[in-house]
Ligand binder design. Structure first.
Ligand SMILES: CC(C)(COP(=O)(O)OP(=O)(O)OC[C@H]1O[C@@H](n2cnc3c(N)ncnc32)[C@H](O)[C@@H]1OP(=O)(O)O)[C@@H](O)C(=O)NCCC(=O)NCCS
Length: 128
């Protein structure tokens, strides 16, 4: 089960975009070898399940806003519910570059080619 956060156009109340978050797990063996030691298996994580912006509203920074909102929400939640980081499954290779800008890296041994950003790195980015 996931929570969906929606943004709407104020005048029409039309949905412009949305992002979903839910609890997830990552197999320890999917992490870079250097991050596998002394970790539980599987690791608790937060899933950024879907991020989408309606065609009519694209290229105005809405995906960026939704993603930053989701990352900040996941970071705050991780202070009370354990999560090692945020994981997502990009739809195609183009979108991998978009996520890469926000610190997401490939989970090198995951056959589904998920991307992942650690909470410790999000904390540094958001809190300095
Ligand atoms: C990908 C998507 C969410 C981007 O929405 P958007 O609101 O247009 O994105 P933004 O305006 O916030 O764009 C931010 C930056 O990312 C870039 N970007 C947008 N879509 C991209 C894509 N598919 N691949 C690579 N870069 C992309 C933009 O060019 C922009 O760069 P700039 O800051 O240099 O101008 C939207 O195209 C979409 O909903 N696509 C279909 C679903 C999808 O692919 N979701 C991704 C999750 S798997």
């Amino acid at each position: 089960m996931s929570r969906v956060n929606v943004i709407t156009e104020a005048a029409s109340e039309r949905i412009a975009g949305y992002v979903t978050l839910s609890a997830a797990q990552i197999e320890r063996a999917f992490l870079p070898k250097s991050q596998q030691r002394n970790r539980p298996d599987p690791l608790p994580a937060t899933l950024l399940g879907q991020l989408a912006v309606d065609l009519a509203f694209q290229a105005h920074g809405h995906a960026t806003s939704l993603l930053l909102f989701a990352l900040r929400t996941a970071l705050v939640a991780s202070e009370t519910v354990g999560s090692m980081g945020v994981v997502t499954h990009p739809l195609d290779d183009g979108v991998r570059g978009f996520y890469g800008r926000f610190g997401f890296q490939d989970l090198p041994f995951d056959p589904r080619r998920a991307m992942f950003v650690r909470m410790v790195d999000l904390r540094k980015s958001f809190r300095g």
